[in-house]
Design a protein around this ligand. Structure first.
Ligand SMILES: Nc1ncnc2c1ncn2[C@@H]1O[C@H](COP(=O)(O)OP(=O)(O)OP(=O)(O)O)[C@@H](O)[C@H]1O
Ligand SMILES: [Mg+2]
Length: 244
């Protein structure tokens, strides 16, 4: 089970944490650092039209979704390459910049890509380990203080059975914990036409936004995903038309 009382990871990240091994020799754990790719436009190019569009989306969500006390949002897409990871990462960073205690989860366990936009300096445990490995606690899976106010659960090791893992009680317990501990949890999901993962994630989170690609996505595909989510009792808060 996920260890809800684990506080091992509470030391400030930017400090070297010293401890000793059994022989009393000092061990030095070098903290993980993170590099942002240029595609994190809200950090690399905050005055660009893309960053401004994300800022407008942030304002809308803060004044509606967050103000109403809703703490989770699954970012879903009807098909491949609509830009759902781009929107998830930039929105999470923008929320953190606004001072909201934000958690970003890479829920695409098949073709994860959050770690290509926010690059950790070493391999870190993530969602797969949290759902499979009883030795991995919630605190181990969450990378805290990636940026001020921003924590991340990366996808972790390649999962052999993502659908099974997401369907299990540990995933629901993990999301409940995230919603309790963070003001907003944003989850990137794989395209809904390739597997049922995004439907499962959205049904646990209960709120979803759709990312469609302007002049590329078909209206009928958007209608299908919206209807599927609604039939799962998911509240679809809107569709983001991404243009790139
Ligand atoms: N609005 C945008 N402006 C500039 N570049 C963008 C924009 N949206 C997406 N991109 C770029 O397009 C590429 C694909 O985007 P992304 O990985 O977010 O798509 P995706 O929908 O998550 O894809 P997949 O279906 O493979 O998960 C990335 O290189 C990303 O940086
Ligand atoms: Mg993606």
């Amino acid at each position: 089970m996920i260890d809800h009382d684990d506080h091992r990871n509470t030391a400030p990240l930017n400090e070297r944490v010293r401890s000793t091994d059994r022989a009393g020799r000092a061990l030095v754990h070098v903290p993980t650092t993170y590099r942002l790719a240029h595609s994190v436009v809200v950090a690399s190019n905050p005055t660009s039209p893309e960053a401004e569009a994300i800022g407008a989306l942030r304002s809308h969500l803060l004044s509606q979704h967050v103000r109403l006390g809703r703490r989770g949002l699954a970012i879903c897409a009807p098909t491949l390459q609509t830009g759902s990871t781009f929107v998830s990462v930039n929105l999470a960073v923008a929320m953190a910049q606004a001072g909201l205690k934000t958690l970003l989860i890479d829920g695409d366990m098949r073709r994860p890509s959050v770690h290509r936009m926010i690059l950790p300096s070493r391999e870190v445990p993530g969602l797969e380990e949290a759902l499979v490995d009883s030795q991995t606690s919630f605190s181990d899976a969450v990378q805290d203080d990636v940026l001020p106010n921003l924590s991340i659960i990366f996808a972790g090791r390649q999962a052999h059975n993502p659908q099974e893992l997401l369907a299990g009680p540990r995933f629901k317990a993990l999301i409940d914990r995230c919603m309790r501990d963070y003001e907003l949890t944003i989850i990137d999901t794989p395209p809904s036409n390739t597997n049922a993962d995004s439907r499962r994630i959205a049904s646990v989170v209960r709120y979803a936004a759709i990312v469609a690609r302007k002049d590329v996505s078909f209206i009928s595909d958007i209608e299908t995903i919206v209807n599927d989510l609604k039939s799962d009792q998911v509240r679809v808060i809107g569709t983001i038309m991404n243009e790139y």
